[in-house]
Design a protein around this ligand. Structure first.
Ligand code: FUL
Length: 479
């Protein structure tokens, strides 16, 4: 007993020495809301307004309210399809550039309340919010800053109007996960009958910080999208292409919505001061709104699959537009493609080949950070190296010759995005052969490569800004 008492302090000291210090966060890190958003990965955009009935993409703002008259609006159908397609939410164009409001705003006559639909008693945003709740989907809103109907557009009075509308949307429809601020502005419009060109200065006119403050106050959990964030950034194109090098970081203070920043928006800033990940917005058809002539021009499931690889597979979220038609429903061709696209994803990722296989690393931080954390199926555990080790390899022993052609990798982004380069090799005989090389990882990358048959895969971090933290590696053989 006396001996034990004597050595106890040493045991305690020894123990505390062997306690492994967790890695510190490096650079900007995502908020809890951003982390939840990263996990959503794929959700629906629904472009719907007077344009649906006038066959236009950009309404001029002089459309009569009477043109808006869906014959069988069914937001539950949108939600059911979104759910079956594997989407996690729906963002609706509550007001597009034409200024027509899908909800009965108190602040304008240019809305559903003066349309024949439901005798002016309808509210599309309300119906959609209820449908989303029923199907366990999140709701987002698009409120176009450019308003070609408003007589006061271009003056300070418009900002008050815009913010009043935003307040209605943020307080009347439950939780909103994303607020979408579009940077487009073509200048001319109806503007209450003036029918003229109105130029505004994108950098100053909208006075964004005040509007952002309103969102923060009314919906603290909502994320704000625009070309410049603050929370989510546009990817810089509308063709569905995420950038292979894709930092979730952005010096958003140097940018503004509607500016000319396409390349920067794709790649982000490697040394960016803020966490502003990219969202890929793209339409399942040529246009954003429903046009009868495009019913036969819906993207094929295979094409949607390509979009998936170039968006979710490149550390971006996929916001896929599926425009409701004049009935107020998603067209059967779009639905068919969406469901077949889900089936293709299920096929490509049906059997995971790395899970639980023996994983060893050239460097491990210590207990709790072992290589096997990358293929334990647990997103909370991760492989980490000591602070000063910024390049290291993991080898996954598949146990037998295995055919593979897909790789999924994820960083533990809660502590920042770190990896600047990686390489994947397969063992052929006694030689390692490079399968793919890449730059950034972030929340997730999914890479295709020509099928290899191998018993071992080596995943090397060739560079990182701080010790790499890898939470997940998956291997597949897509048919
Ligand atoms: C653009 C708009 O001009 C299009 O009409 C569409 O809403 C797209 C998502 O954003 O800037």
């Amino acid at each position: 007993m006396r001996i034990l008492l004597l050595i106890l302090p040493f045991i305690i000291i020894l123990n505390s020495c062997s306690e492994i210090k967790p890695p510190e966060p490096f650079g900007p890190v995502p908020t809890e809301s951003q982390l939840a958003w990263h996990d959503m990965e794929y959700y629906m955009f629904a472009h719907f307004t007077v344009n649906t009935f006038t066959d236009k993409e950009w309404g001029y703002g002089d459309e009569k309210e009477s043109v808006f008259n869906p014959s069988a609006l069914d937001c539950r159908q949108w939600a059911r399809v979104a759910k079956e397609a594997g989407m996690k939410g729906i963002i609706i164009t509550a007001k597009h550039h034409d200024g027509f409001c899908l909800w009965p705003s108190k602040f304008t006559e240019h809305s559903v309340k003066n349309s024949p639909w439901k005798d002016g008693k309808g509210d599309v945003v309300k119906e959609l919010s209820e449908a989303c709740r029923e199907y366990g989907l999140k709701l987002g809103i698009y409120l176009s800053p450019w308003d070609r109907n408003s007589p006061v557009y271009g003056t300070p009075a418009y900002l008050e109007y815009y913010r009043d509308q935003l307040k209605e949307l943020l307080s009347g429809y439950g939780d909103i996960f994303e607020v979408w601020f579009d940077g487009a502005n073509g200048g001319d419009g109806y503007y209450g009958g003036a029918r003229e060109m109105r130029r505004i200065d994108n950098r100053t006119y909208y006075d964004w910080p005040v509007t952002v403050g309103i969102v923060r106050q009314l919906q603290p959990g909502a994320l704000i999208f625009s070309d410049a964030g603050p929370d989510i950034r546009w990817v810089g194109n509308e063709s569905g292409m995420g950038s292979l090098t894709n930092w979730c970081l952005l010096n958003r203070d140097q940018m503004y919505p509607g500016g000319d920043f396409a390349r920067i928006l794709g790649e982000g800033h490697e040394d960016g001061k803020f966490w502003v990940p990219a969202e890929v917005d793209v339409s399942i058809r040529r246009g954003w709104f429903w046009h009868p002539s495009e019913d036969t021009l819906v993207r094929s499931p295979e094409n949607l699959m390509e979009l998936y690889y170039s968006s979710v597979g490149r550390n971006s979220n996929l916001l896929l537009n599926v425009p409701p038609d004049r009935m107020g429903q998603l067209n059967a061709n779009d639905v068919k493609s969406l469901i077949a696209f889900r089936e293709l994803r299920e096929k490509d990722f049906s059997v995971e080949l790395a899970r639980g296989k023996k994983a060893t690393a050239t460097s491990v931080r210590g207990k709790g950070y072992s290589a096997s954390n990358v293929n334990d199926g647990d997103p909370v555990t991760y492989w980490a190296t000591p602070d000063d080790v910024k390049a290291a390899s993991i080898t996954i022993d598949l146990g037998k010759e295995t055919k593979i052609n897909r790789l999924v990798a994820q960083e533990y982004i809660r502590l920042g995005q770190r990896v600047t380069g990686f390489r994947v090799e397969s063992l052929k005989g006694d030689k390692w052969e490079t399968v793919i090389e890449g730059t950034t990882i972030g929340h997730k990358i999914i890479r295709k490569f020509p099928e290899v048959t191998t018993s071992k895969i080596r995943f090397t971090i060739t560079g990182a800004k701080a010790c790499p933290l890898i939470s997940n590696i998956e291997l597949y053989r897509a048919p």
